[in-house]
Design a protein around this ligand. Structure first.
Ligand code: AMP
Ligand code: GLY
Length: 424
């Protein structure tokens, strides 16, 4: 089978790496890809916003499956247009992608189906939003309704901060995505990421992870797309996974099917594990980045077979099996990220990949024989080990060989899981 993967991040490098191992693969393409993906796939300079151009390529190259990595092309309906032209796709329709692209839609679905989530109200009028904040008090959470590249959420510790976030959002900071705000109750607990794959009817758990959103050690500094991750998340015991499936995931998949917008693809639930059980913070309709990197490191089974079966509506739990090992990934980012940063610096010392340790590329490109940084998040140093501690030690040992003075990373990836491992 010929396969096209859409995207250019560490997530897509990890997906290419997993799919590349499959005996079902004939030829792999990636659009646009990056400086690491070029070793596994033919990288294409197609504009993925031009759906007809993608369709034309798929017909010409006899693509048997398109896998869409990021949320933007999903929300823009690339999956719908490809399917309408007869091209099989892994990834939800634009209608099903509203679970991520509209927080208001997601929250209303939760209420209608008794899915535990933070209490909330939706506003377009700044005065009404401000009155609500004054009644409720802080801490309180203010979110832009639409896709805001991870920047649309303010966890406000004071009323003033919350009021400022409303003015910012309804004032146009996020454009159309912020025309409505969702104001939420502040939840306390430990966060975990829970992944499932669904073909619209059958739903199969697909691993757990914990992310590190802040830029610097000890969870300080600005929020980022993620500075590291590990899998599995120790807090997601079998019993907690079962509760999340029964109370959150299954009702969601059933509700989407019931209104004729079945969810096909990977559904990523951001959960808060509270004193009373798991509550849904948010849905993403795609793999996490960098969470995907650790999941692919742990996957035992054939990823392409899983993706193709899902897109064909014949997902079977027996297709999915995992290695017992833990995996951990450390993100190397360009100094300045998530603010302004320079591109074009040279990276060296990244050789030595194998099945237990991979450096997945995100913002890199090849410039002749040189590898150069071309983005904010640049490399994901990923390793597998018997424990999170072992995976962490391997990943940091590998990272010490990377020669890239313009980069930075966190030194404490995995701290929460390791503290738990060492308590026992
Ligand atoms: P989101 O983009 O919705 O995942 O929000 C980003 C981050 O904000 C989450 O990972 C949480 O750390 C935090 N957050 C979002 N909603 C809440 C909430 N209701 N209570 C506490 N923290 C929240
Ligand atoms: N790492 C968080 C995300 O992909 O949304």
């Amino acid at each position: 089978m010929n396969v096209l993967i859409i995207g250019s991040g560490g997530r897509e490098h990890a997906l290419c790496w997993a799919v590349h191992k499959s005996p079902l693969l004939t030829k792999l393409y990636c659009a646009p890809g990056n400086g690491g993906i070029v070793d596994l796939a033919e990288c294409l300079a197609i504009d993925t916003g031009d759906h007809q151009a993608v369709i034309n390529f798929c017909k010409h190259a006899e693509i048997g499956l398109v896998v869409i990595g990021p949320e933007d092309p999903l929300a823009a309906g690339l999956g719908d247009d490809l399917r309408a032209s007869g091209v099989p796709v892994f990834g939800p329709s634009a209608a099903a992608a509203r679970l991520e692209s509209s927080k208001g839609f997601m929250k209303d679905l939760c209420v209608a189906n008794n899915i535990p989530t933070a209490g909330y109200a939706r506003f377009r009028d700044p005065a009404a939003a401000a009155a609500h904040i004054r009644t409720r008090g802080a801490p309180i959470v203010v979110k832009a309704d639409g896709l805001a590249a991870g920047k649309g959420v303010t966890v406000a510790m004071t009323e003033d901060e919350a009021l400022a976030a409303v003015v910012d959002c309804l004032g146009g900071r996020f454009g159309q995505a912020g025309a409505e705000v969702v104001i939420e109750e502040f939840l306390e607990g430990e966060e975990a990421s829970f992944f499932v794959i669904s073909d619209g009817k059958t739903v199969v758990p697909f691993g757990t992870a914990q992310d590190h959103k802040r830029a610097f050690d000890n969870d300080r500094g600005p929020n980022t797309g993620g500075m590291g991750a590990y899998s599995p998340a120790p807090i997601m015991t079998d019993a907690m996974v079962a509760r999340a499936m029964d109370e959150i995931i299954t009702p969601t998949i059933n509700a989407m099917a019931a209104v004729s917008t079945p969810f096909q693809g990977v559904l990523y639930a951001g959960l808060m594990i509270t004193d009373t059980g798991p509550k849904l913070i948010e849905y993403n309709v795609r793999f996490g980045d960098p969470e995907c990197q650790v999941l692919m490191m742990r996957l035992e089974s054939d990823m392409l077979e899983i993706l193709a079966a899902t897109s064909a509506g014949r997902l079977d739990p027996a297709l999915v099996s995992w290695k017992d090992d833990a995996a951990l990934t450390i993100v190397l980012a360009t100094q300045g990220y998530p603010g302004a940063y320079e591109t074009g610096s040279q990276i060296a010392g990244i050789g030595g990949d194998d099945d237990t340790g991979m450096i997945f590329h995100a913002g890199t490109r090849r410039d002749g024989d040189r590898l150069v940084a071309s983005g904010g998040r640049v490399l994901n140093v990923t390793a597998r080990g018997k424990t999170v501690r072992e995976a962490k030690d391997k990943a940091y040992a590998r990272l010490a060989n990377v020669d890239w003075p313009e980069g930075f990373y966190r030194n404490d990836i995995g701290w929460r899981a390791i503290a738990r491992e060492e308590e026992i």
